[in-house]
Design a protein around this ligand. Structure first.
Ligand code: AMP
Ligand code: ZN
Length: 137
């Protein structure tokens, strides 16, 4: 499979590693949006949130938290975004699951959630209730 993150896992493409264990790898994003921007990935290929196992996902979020703690200790970041884009319509470009750890600083100007479209339609209270009923588990 021609997956860039699988190649990083196999050592065929270099990365600046910050953490590794049997299931999880974390490295600096090659095109950081802020100083300390890291990616946490499963070593075994999963495309995104739709197919990753809960077991591996738990490991990834724990590693993400530990990286945040390190960043806080080392660079004293006041804030952080943990971001995952799953699917092309959500802006996912590399189709191997990854959790972005994005350190945030006061007035850094980053727009992680993007601008809301001007014609954003607010769902009705009835629609929201109906959907919540269907989702509930
Ligand atoms: P996304 O848009 O959520 O799929 O993000 C993909 C991320 O992977 C981007 O932030 C890229 O800068 C990053 N990226 C792509 N190739 C590499 C690489 N070889 N090493 C490190 N980060 C990479
Ligand atoms: Zn892969």
């Amino acid at each position: 499979m021609d997956c860039i993150f699988c190649k990083i896992v196999k050592g065929e493409i270099p990365c600046t590693k910050v953490y590794e264990d049997v299931d999880v790898l974390a490295f600096l994003d090659v095109n950081p949006v802020s100083l300390g921007h890291c990616l946490v990935i499963p070593k075994q290929h999963s495309e995104n949130i739709f197919d990753i196992s809960e077991n591996v996902l738990q490991k990834i979020i724990v590693v993400g938290k530990r990286i945040v703690e390190k960043l806080k200790t080392v660079t004293n970041i006041p804030a952080v975004n943990l971001v995952n884009s799953s699917g092309k319509d959500a802006g996912q470009e590399v189709m191997h699951f990854h959790l972005h750890i994005v350190p945030r600083r006061e007035n850094d100007g980053l727009k992680i959630h993007g601008e809301k479209p001007k014609n954003l339609q607010k769902p009705s209270e009835q629609e929201l209730q109906k959907l919540a009923e269907l989702i509930k588990f």
